[in-house]
Design a binder for this molecule. Structure first.
Ligand code: NAD
Ligand code: DAU
Length: 351
């Protein structure tokens, strides 16, 4: 059996990837290493916890001994989702972002250096499977900074992060690049646009707006609401990661996106209309400092190398997502039971 370490597997995207891997690769043993921060929740994985191919370990990607122990077991694949992921929290407190996203990644890379044979990087032909071991860094389009009204982020776009979150993700990307160039490790990077779907923590735009609309609370729209994000269903992101993990060329970066640009205000109004709630609930609030205006991914490399394209249309994906939140209020209430109320007050009071 192959062994795959998935870090951050109790979060939004990581949990979808855990589920997908158990389904798609029944011959893999899945180890989920997650620190269970406010964003990690084991209820999210209740449906797989009894699967004999699944093991959960509570721990920090920055913990040296723990990570070394896992590599010593013999890992074929590592996919690093673990991160502090919310821009607003990085503005309120940047330090943990540097620690988890940069130093945590470096700790994983260092263990790979110690336990994985260093050799000349293997460069498979496009579409051919590359031998294990392999490490995939899950990164974000935010490392490229912001776009004007036209153009797209390509893999060659210079890194110009604008928030402590995106700067920490860019720092991790550069470490991955350096460990590939210097030590010849089999490392890959993906950079994806905004994800949506089930189990997203309700601090992020779509689940927060759904949650507030259902409770008839104001929907806080930053600035003029015309910032643009490129939305991709989480299952399309996970499919793309699985492809890059198995077929990508080490040292390469792959952009993943939906060609699905929407202004925030469009999304907010759509949610209100689907839930039959009045637009009077919209409240324009003070803008996010350093707020990136527009993200848009050119995912041409994923299409050219692997024939990958998103399966979901936004119309279908958002309807299913709304339905999921309506049917899973218990999950939402449970993840909001921790420090969420305090966070919400601090983030939105007087804004
Ligand atoms: P999330 O915040 O929902 O989940 C993060 C998970 O990481 C949580 O389970 C948390 O407990 C865990 N974690 C945090 N610190 C840890 C540590 N030190 N050690 C071990 N586990 C730790 O995040 P998400 O939205 O699922 O994002 C996952 C990854 O994908 C992140 O690396 C993020 O930068 C990237 N990404 C996210 C999006 C998006 O739209 N959400 C888009 C592109 C890329
Ligand atoms: O682009 C990929 C990134 O997408 C990921 O790397 C991040 O982990 C993920 O959080 C997301 O970052 P954003 O900052 O784009 O997502 P967020 O949901 O926080 O905000 C989306 C847009 O909505 C953004 O323009 C800010 C706006 N917004 C957000 C919140 C939470 C509001 O107007 N009001 C809000 O209350």
């Amino acid at each position: 059996m192959k062994k795959i370490l998935i870090t951050g597997g109790a979060g939004f995207i990581g949990s979808a990837f855990v589920r997908q891997t158990l389904r798609k690769h029944p011959d893999y043993q899945v180890i989920n290493l997650d620190a269970l921060t406010y964003a990690g929740n084991l209820e999210t994985l209740a449906d797989v916890e009894k699967n004999p191919n699944y093991r959960f370990i509570k721990g920090d990607i920055g913990a040296k001994d723990l990570v070394e122990q896992l590599f010593a077991e013999g890992l074929d694949y590592v996919v690093n989702f673990a991160a502090e992921s919310h821009v607003d929290r990085s503005i309120a407190g940047p330090e943990i972002f540097a620690r988890t996203n940069i130093l945590g990644t470096q700790n994983l890379l260092e263990a790979a250096r110690r336990y994985w044979p260093v050799r000349e990087p293997h460069r498979p032909a496009d579409g051919a499977e590359s031998p294990a071991p392999r490490y995939l860094q899950v990164s974000t389009d935010e490392v490229y900074g912001t776009l004007g009204q036209t153009g797209y982020f390509t893999e060659e776009t210079p890194l110009q992060p604008n928030s402590p979150y995106s700067a920490s993700k860019a720092g991790a990307d550069l470490l991955v690049r350096a460990y590939f160039q210097t030590f010849g490790l089999p490392l890959l990077t993906t950079r994806c646009s905004n994800n949506y779907g089930p189990y997203q923590f309700p601090e992020k735009l779509i689940p927060l707006m759904i949650s507030n609309a259902l409770a008839d609370r104001p929907l806080p729209v930053y600035g003029d609401g015309q910032n643009v994000r490129d939305w991709l269903h989480v299952s399309d992101h996970c499919e793309a990661i699985d492809i890059v993990l198995h077929q990508g060329v080490p040292g390469e970066v792959y952009n993943i996106g939906g060609h699905n640009e929407k202004e925030n205000i469009y999304i907010v109004k759509l949610i209100l209309s689907e839930l039959k709630k009045p637009e009077a609930l919209i409240k324009y609030v003070k803008d996010r400092p350093g707020h990136d205006r527009r993200y848009a991914i050119d995912a041409g490399k994923m299409a050219k190398c692997f024939g990958w394209r998103p399966r979901y249309t936004f119309e279908q994906g958002i309807k299913e997502t709304l339905q999921w939140y309506l049917e899973n209020q218990e999950w939402v209430n449970s993840v909001k039971s921790g420090d969420y109320q305090k966070y919400y007050e601090k983030q939105y009071a007087g804004r």
